[in-house]
Design a binder for this molecule. Structure first.
Ligand code: NAP
Length: 324
């Protein structure tokens, strides 16, 4: 089968499309024929080994798992003898487990307990492939901030993979959402359900006199220090990036009435994917897709993701676009 392989850490052009053996599912595994996968900021971090801590989980000197990619949508090609939840021909979507990769390929073997679920009806493989990474990371942050009905929340960087998911899920949980993004994304972010949208090129939210229960920095471009003045007493800043936030979390858990939260490491579970399926079926969530590239153009797709300017998600299609 063809797969996106990286034998060493480095810039996007360490990626190669190579012929590798097709995996054989074990008794508790399913073999998925992948129709669409993605290039995420998680993938670019793993490929470049940035931050260096990535090496602890993915291989100290070189990648232990040379096939990149975590998100996928496709159909079950074969099942192991002990599999009961899935059958050959089922359309599925999901993610590899935490600290696993291998989805930028024509096939992947996953345990039936992996973060995988049946695809909601009416979705394309491209749409389904882009659901889980940003949304599960957003979900972890919303859970850390104890988001609930009536809470006043600000999402900074509302146009990325995590941000676009965060806006929709925070609305699903009943929060009052103010979203912050660039001019070009204002209408999109409004269409995702934000109660108000601040264009950061026109207005600095820290100077408008408003305060929030939770400020969710979905893109790692704000800070606890910058946000503190806009947090209510007892409020929380939730971060997605920057290891300083880990130490700030320890510090603010003991001192002061405003907390910095940094929910790491990421936990991708089947429960999360089943929850997202439910929210999609209720018509309350969609993955925002910026661009689709064929698998062969993974280097170009990766360069685009590394501009940090994508809106939502970037998808790779395998053997052309297929409508379920
Ligand atoms: N905690 C974890 O386990 C984990 C895992 C994966 C990723 N991450 C981190 O999570 C963050 C978000 O990931 P993502 O995939 O959602 O990002 P992304 O999709 O690459 O974010 C791109 C978006 O960010 C916006 N943006 C760029 N600069 C901005 C700024 N200064 N202010 C506001 N918005 C800005 C861009 O729009 P405009 O330029 O138009 O504003 C663009 O729409 C990244 O820092 C990533 O490293 C964390």
């Amino acid at each position: 089968m063809r797969a996106v392989v990286h034998e060493r850490y480095g810039p996007p052009d360490v990626l190669r499309i190579e012929e590798v053996p097709r995996p054989v599912p074990k008794a508790d595994e399913v073999l998925v024929k992948i129709h669409a996968t993605t290039v995420t900021r998680t993938d670019t971090g793993v490929r470049a080994a940035k931050p260096a801590l990535i090496r602890l989980f993915f291989g100290l000197r070189r990648p232990k798992q040379p096939i990149l990619g975590t998100e996928l949508a496709g159909e079950i090609e074969a099942i192991g003898a002990a599999v009961t939840k899935f059958a050959v021909g089922d359309h599925v979507f999901g993610s590899t487990s935490s600290f696993q990769s291998g989805a930028n390929a024509e096939f992947i073997a996953l345990r039936e307990s992996a973060p995988l679920a049946h695809m909601p009806a009416g979705m394309t493989f491209e749409q389904a492939a882009a659901v889980t990474d940003g949304a599960i990371l957003a979900l972890m942050c919303l859970e850390a901030g104890h988001i609930h009905t009536g809470q006043k929340m600000l999402i900074y960087g509302a146009s990325g993979a995590i941000g676009t998911a965060g806006v929709q899920l925070a609305k699903y949980f009943g929060a009052d959402v103010t979203a912050v993004c660039n001019t070009k994304n204002v209408e999109l972010v409004r269409s995702l359900g934000a109660d108000r949208v601040i264009d950061y090129t026109q207005e600095d939210f820290t100077k408008n006199g408003q305060s929030y229960d939770v400020i969710f920095d979905a893109v790692g471009k704000h800070s606890f220090k910058q946000s503190k003045g806009s947090l209510k007493s007892g409020g929380a800043y939730v971060a997605t990036d920057g290891f300083r936030n880990f130490f700030l979390h320890l510090w603010t858990s003991r001192i002061g009435d405003k907390k910095a939260l940094f929910p790491v490491p990421p936990r991708y579970t089947q429960k999360n994917v089943l929850f997202l399926k439910e929210v999609i079926e209720a018509g309350k969530f969609r993955a925002v897709i910026d661009r689709c590239y064929p698998l062969e153009e993974v280097v170009e797709a990766t360069r685009y993701v590394e501009t940090q300017q994508k809106t939502g998600n970037v998808v790779l299609t395998i053997n052309g676009s297929v409508t379920p």
